[in-house]
Design a protein around this ligand. Structure first.
Ligand SMILES: Nc1nc2c(ncn2[C@@H]2O[C@H](COP(=O)(O)OP(=O)(O)OP(=O)(O)O)[C@@H](O)[C@H]2O)c(=O)[nH]1
Ligand SMILES: [Mg+2]
Length: 479
């Protein structure tokens, strides 16, 4: 990354990103000549497109994105007959400058940290496609007349933040000569003037020395109480959070020791880690003091324990040495941690509680609600499939423990189901196969019940697992 000259930064931008919804699973039955009644052959829905951030180096700021706040990736297509999968929605790329960080505004989570040109990160994943009806065929449910809906894509509110990736950050009071040093050492041509706050946003330059190069930025605006928002505030300190070497630029003719203490205090207020970072002191404007005055000023720093260089950005004294020192002191570049932001999967536990009315039940759990959202609650076959899923996930068990009775309404996600106590049903009409297989366990279950459903003596998870196979036959024996 070599960006030269004066650059106006657009530092922060808020956007919304939406992954495309996955295509619905196909609902189809084979219709072929000579096969009077074909089997289910609905293919899977295509995956929804994802929104990705991509680091490029041909734009210097986030300005290009201004005015566009919503980015939506295409949806996946529905699965078709003959087990043909739906087309996936294409991915949508948002080009951002290298050095862009993306955080989730709602969770604060770091979504992407793009430090290299070409690096990409998923900002909002597309939903997976629903499975076609052929998937749900079993030996007992040969013609499933339902398919799964595609999952919605991820939606996020993101904050994009540009953090210049300079190797060296020049910090100092206004008018100390930061921009003058940048101009003298690099190819950058920042504005320089004899009044404070000449520089209103950081400038970046490239410093060359014997085939080696480093990037350097002047960070304006640090004054006493900047951390309280005074002056430009500490807005620009984010640009030095990634520098590897800090250079404190001090006007040697103007109480440099006091200034250094004040600068370090402000930095520490912003991020204490900055105080641990390798640093170099530069006494600038040595042309304004006598050698004796310079020597005296230097003694004030005896116990500071930092390397220093004395220069004049104006007449060039000490600049060659300073350059050498910069390359000497610059710590090696850490291996970039390529951020492969994986889509979040928050697995909330399934929780059962009373609903608002107090008569029914509310079951929550992200995974469970997501499953419900992907089937049509008006389709009895789909509901039968869901009930099977609930049982496998222990929902029935939890409801029973909480005291649910047959006929109670149970809300899961956007759908309402009737609670039906299987154990009671089995007690009334146990199938022969069940009785043979589950025999003793089944009786134990009944005993557990009489001991009270709500207390610890109730059915355990082990017993639940033992009941599972029975569900298959009850629910799938509809064909
Ligand atoms: N005499 C002398 N003047 C200098 C030297 N370095 C910079 N100056 C002058 O100091 C003034 C401020 O210099 P800048 O480089 O603009 O200072 P800065 O630190 O970038 O200031 P801000 O952008 O306001 O934060 C200018 O008038 C420069 O010419 C030096 O070594 N000696
Ligand atoms: Mg300046």
């Amino acid at each position: 990354m070599e960006r030269v000259g004066v650059v106006a930064f657009r530092d922060v931008l808020d956007i919304e990103v939406h992954g495309g919804k996955g295509g619905d699973g196909g609902l189809s039955f084979m219709r072929l000549k000579y096969i009077p009644k074909g089997g289910p052959d609905g293919g899977h829905g295509g995956k929804g497109g994802s929104v990705l951030l991509r680091a490029v180096d041909d734009i210097t700021s986030l300005d290009r994105l201004v005015g566009r706040t919503h980015f939506k990736a295409p949806v996946g297509q529905q699965g078709e007959g003959r087990n043909k999968a739906g087309l996936g929605g294409g991915d949508l790329y948002i080009d951002v400058p290298v050095g862009t960080l993306a955080t989730d505004r709602d969770t604060g989570e770091l979504v992407a940290d793009l430090v290299e040109v070409g690096q990409t990160a998923v900002a909002a994943g597309g939903g997976i496609g629903g499975r076609g009806n052929s998937t749900f065929a079993t030996s007992t449910r040969r013609a499933p007349r339902f398919a799964e809906k595609g999952a919605p894509g991820v939606s996020r509110r993101l904050r994009l933040e540009l953090r210049t990736i300079a190797d060296v950050g020049l910090v100092g009071y206004p008018n100390a000569g930061k921009s003058s040093l940048l101009a003298a050492l690099s190819n950058s041509k920042p504005a320089i003037a004899s009044y404070p706050f000449t520089t209103l946003s950081p400038n970046l330059g490239v410093v060359d020395l014997d085939m080696r190069r480093l990037t350097m930025a002047d960070i304006p605006g640090i004054i006493e109480d900047a951390h309280k928002g005074k002056g430009l505030g500490l807005e620009f300190l984010r640009h030095i959070s990634r520098t590897r070497l800090l250079v404190f630029v001090l006007d040697v003719s103007d109480t440099p020791a006091k200034t250094l203490a004040a600068l370090r205090f402000e930095l520490g207020e912003y991020d204490p880690e900055l105080l641990e970072r390798p640093a170099l002191l530069v006494f600038n404007k040595t042309d304004l003091v006598t050698p004796d005055e310079l020597a005296l000023a230097e003694t004030e720093f005896d116990d500071v324990g930092m390397p220093f260089a004395a220069v004049s950005a104006l007449d060039g004294t000490g600049l060659d040495d300073l350059k050498e020192r910069l390359f000497e002191l610059l710590p090696p570049r850490p291996r970039p941690v390529a951020e492969t932001a994986t889509p979040r999967v928050l697995l909330e536990p399934v929780v059962v509680k009373r609903d608002m009315s107090g008569a029914g039940w509310l079951v929550t759990g992200s995974e469970l609600e997501a499953v419900v959202a992907r089937f049509d609650p008006a389709n009895p076959e789909a509901v039968a499939y869901l009930q099977h899923t609930f049982k496998a996930q222990g929902v029935n068990q939890l409801l029973k423990r909480a005291g649910a009775r047959s006929g109670d309404e149970v809300q899961i996600g956007g759908a309402i189901f009737d609670y039906f106590d299987d154990t009671a049903a089995e007690a009334a009409v146990p199938s022969q196969a069940d009785a043979d297989r589950a025999g003793k366990r089944y009786l134990e279950g009944l005993e557990g019940e009489s001991g009270g459903e709500l207390d610890e003596g109730g059915p355990t998870d082990g017993e639940l697992a033992g009941e599972e196979p029975e569900a298959d036959e009850d629910l799938d024996g509809t064909e």
